[in-house]
Every structure is written in structure tokens, then in C-alpha cells.
Design a protein around this ligand. Structure first.
Ligand code: AMP
Ligand code: GLY
Length: 421
């Protein structure tokens, strides 16, 4: 079996790592891939958002399956474009990926299906939005409607901050078209949990819960990042909460999408806030999370290719998905300065030493192999995700951090409190 994976971050490395364990998989391509993925797949220099280029390549090499991992190609309709050429593709079609691509769509869906979420209003006019903020008061949350590379959300502590965020989005077009419309939300409070679910549009199989750490520095301080680490399971997501979420959130969402003629097939990520009134949805993502995937997939016992095929064929009810009891913790090693300016091109040492340690997997994100000498170099903000497994979460955290000690590059930055919250 030949598989093409679309994307090139730590999440895609974890997906490629898992897929490569299937003995029937004889070839993996990854576009664009990275320095770590290059060891298990042929990396192809096509951007994940180059829909035309990706379809052209898939038509040439004829993979048995294309796994589309990132949000933008899903929202842009890569799965639809591949299917139109008769190529089997994993991931939601554009009409379902809109659940992540438009926050106002997601909010309307939640209201129509009775899914608990923050109170909200939608605006395209800056003055009306400002008026609403003045009526509601702060704290309040301003969100660009469309995809904004994870930067479109402002949790404003003051009215002024909220009004500035509205100006940025609507008038100054800081997020381009994605911010022409804004969703303004009530500010909720409580711990956050990510639950990723496999779904074929009918059957829902939640994966073990996870939590990520978005802020750059310890104690959740500093600017928001793509994620500085993740762990699984969450310490607060118990069986009781899981059954409430299935009944009040997961099931109504999947059924609501199907009823609208937008069956969601793929991985649906529920970003939840556990408030004192119960779990509420903060966001939906139409895909595996990054870095949650690097903490969740190592716990999956069942073959991922089998699961993806069952989802495409709408036969998820026919398979049994099994998970290891082990906990997992993924610590991100970033370039100093990230998420703001940073330098790339530094030599990375010690990855092999870390990989030889028991229960350690090193996933690459921003790395590349220098052509002239074959040396591994930094090539992005988030460079590596070091995952440790253990019988308990504390063991997994210790294992991951012990492995990070073996790895070095200039200006390496990591948080020291992943999994501690
Ligand atoms: P998002 O990009 O939608 O994941 O939002 C980024 C972060 O903003 C979330 O992980 C939350 O920490 C925070 N956030 C989003 N919506 C709300 C809300 N209604 N109340 C409080 N915090 C929020
Ligand atoms: N870790 C959050 C995300 O993947 O969007």
C-alpha cells in the first residue's frame, strides 16, 4: 500500500511514524515533510496549500490513500479535489471542514444542535461590534471568523483591548479576509481539555483526552504559540465527564452536521472548557491537533491505516480501536525567540541518543537535513517534539524531560512545566 501524507510538522511526523508501522505500507510520500519525516518517507517539495500541485502529484504517483493533515488544505477542498480525480482521501470535505474554517458557522451549528458554548454575536461592522463590547463589558473574547494561523483570538481583559482587536481584524485587515467578520464571545473560565474523535459521520470514537500548553513560557505566561507541549490523558477528564460530552457535545455535533448534508468524516477535534456549569465548546478543529497528536498517537495500539480506511468506507462501527494504558507527554524544543523572530540553520545534536532511550520518540517539526553534509539543522520555530511514555503521567513527564536533556542546538527554548498543570 502506498500513502501520501499532506503537511510537514510534528503532527505529520507522528502520523507518518504510526502509518509506517503497518507492514503492508510499502511507500510513504510526505508533502512537504521535514528532516525527520525524510527518514521514513520520501519528502516532496509541494506546499500543503498548493491544491493543484498536490492533485497533480497524486495523479502521477497514484497513492492508495492520501492523508490530509493540516487545516488550510482541508478548508480549501483538497479532499474534494482528490476525490474528483478518483483518489481515496482521508479528511473532511470542504463542506464539513467549514466547522473549523468559519467560527460563525460553528457557533450557529452549536446553537441549532443545543451544544453548550459561550454566548456570542457576529459582526462585519466595526462600530456595531464596538457598541456590543460596550454593552457587554470586559473580559470578552474577539475572534476572527476564518483561519488565522491560530492568531485570530484575543481574550480581552479590558474594553479597550477588545475594541483594538476589532479594529485590527475588521478595519486594518490584520488577518485578511479571515477577519472581515468577527465573532464576539462571552469569556468563559475553567481548565481546557482537547478531545480528538475519529468519526465517519455516523459512529464516533473519542481518543484519550489531552491538554496542550499554548503560551511560550512557564506558568502559562508569554505570547500564544502553536503549542509548546501536550500530555495525555488529561488529569480532569474522567469517565463521567466523557459521557456528558458524548451525549451533549460529540453526538449532537456529528448528527447536526449529517442532518445539514455535511457529514464529517475524519478527525474532529473538540476544544473544551470545563466550566462550573459543565463542559462547553471553545472551538472545533477539523483535524488532528498539533502537538496533541504527538502525545495521543503513541498511545494508539490499533493500526491507523485500518482506522482511516474504515472512516472513508463509513464502517467505523465495524472496528475496535484499542489504546495503551500508558500516559504520554510531549515537550516541544523551540528556537529561541519563537513565536516572534528567531534564527534557523543551527546544527542539532543528540537526537539519536535521545531516541535510544526507552519509551522515547522524537518527532521533528522545523528541521531539515543539510544537503551538503547530511547534518540535521533547525528550520522553524518549533523544532522537535520529544514524547515520553510511562505508566503514570508523572513517569511520562520525567521520561520526556530526561530525553530533552540529550538534545541541543543554539538558543534552544523549552518550557519546564509541560504536564504539570
Ligand atoms: P482558539 O484559537 O479558538 O483555540 O482560541 C485560543 C484560546 O483562546 C483558547 O485555547 C482559549 O484559551 C481562549 N479562548 C477562546 N475562546 C474563549 C472563551 N469564550 N472564553 C475564554 N477563553 C477563550
Ligand atoms: N493544539 C491546538 C491545535 O492543533 O489547533
Amino acid at each position: 500500500m502506498k500513502i501520501l501524507i499532506v503537511g510537514g510538522g510534528g503532527r505529520e511526523h507522528a502520523i507518518a511514524w504510526k502509518i509506517s508501522q503497518n507492514p503492508n505500507v510499502t511507500k510513504i510520500w510526505c508533502a512537504p515533510g521535514n528532516g525527520g519525516i525524510a527518514r521514513i518517507a520520501e519528502c516532496v517539495n509541494i506546499k500543503a496549500t498548493d491544491i493543484e500541485g498536490m492533485v497533480k502529484f497524486a495523479k502521477e504517483v497514484k497513492p492508495d490513500l492520501v492523508m490530509v493533515a493540516p487545516d488550510d488544505p482541508l478548508v480549501m477542498g483538497l479532499v474534494d479535489a482528490l476525490e474528483a480525480e478518483g483518489i481515496r482521501a482521508f479528511g473532511p470535505r470542504a463542506n464539513a471542514a467549514i466547522i473549523e474554517g468559519s467560527k460563525s458557522f460553528a457557533k450557529e451549528l452549536m446553537i441549532n444542535c443545543g451544544v453548550p458554548t459561550a454566548k456570542y454575536a457576529v459582526f462585519t461592522d466595526a462600530d456595531e461590534a464596538t457598541q456590543y463590547v460596550k454593552e457587554q463589558g470586559a473580559p470578552i473574547v474577539i475572534k476572527a471568523d476564518g483561519l488565522a494561523l491560530g492568531k485570530g483570538v484575543t481574550v480581552a481583559k479590558t474594553e479597550d483591548e477588545a475594541i483594538a482587536a476589532i479594529r485590527d481584524a475588521i478595519l486594518d485587515k490584520a488577518f485578511g479576509d479571515a477577519g472581515a467578520r468577527v465573532v464576539i464571545e462571552e469569556c468563559l473560565e475553567g481548565p481546557e481539555v482537547s478531545v480528538l474523535c475519529f468519526t465517519d459521520g455516523k459512529t464516533i470514537c473519542p481518543m484519550p483526552s489531552a491538554q496542550d500548553h499554548k503560551r511560550a513560557y512557564d506558568h502559562d505566561e508569554g505570547p500564544n504559540t502553536g503549542g509548546m507541549g501536550a500530555f495525555s490523558p488529561s488529569r480532569i477528564y474522567n469517565d463521567e465527564l466523557a459521557s456528558v460530552c458524548m451525549e451533549k457535545i460529540f453526538r449532537p455535533t456529528i448528527d447536526g452536521m449529517a442532518k445539514m448534508g455535511r457529514p464529517f468524516k475524519g478527525v474532529l477535534y473538540f476544544g473544551l472548557m470545563i466550566t462550573k456549569d459543565g463542559p462547553k465548546v471553545i472551538e472545533y478543529n477539523a483535524r488532528f491537533g498539533d502537538p496533541e497528536t504527538q502525545a495521543v498517537l503513541p498511545r494508539l495500539k490499533t493500526d491507523l491505516v485500518e482506522i482511516m480506511n474504515a472512516i472513508i468506507d463509513e464502517k467505523l462501527d465495524e472496528i475496535n480501536i484499542e489504546w495503551k494504558d500508558d500516559a504520554a507527554c510531549c515537550v516541544v524544543l523551540a528556537s529561541g525567540g519563537y513565536p516572534k523572530a528567531y534564527t534557523s540553520g543551527y546544527t542539532i545534536t543528540g537526537v539519536e541518543v535521545a531516541e535510544e532511550m526507552k519509551d522515547v520518540i522524537v518527532f521533528h517539526a522545523g528541521t531539515k537535513i543539510k544537503e551538503c553534509c547530511g547534518m540535521l539543522q533547525t528550520n522553524g520555530g518549533r523544532v522537535l517534539g520529544v514524547t515520553g511514555l510511562g505508566a503514570t503521567l508523572d513517569d511520562a513527564i520525567k521520561c520526556a524531560y530526561a530525553a530533552t536533556e540529550k538534545i541541543d542546538f543554539t538558543d534552544l527554548h523549552k518550557r519546564t512545566d509541560i504536564g504539570i498543570k
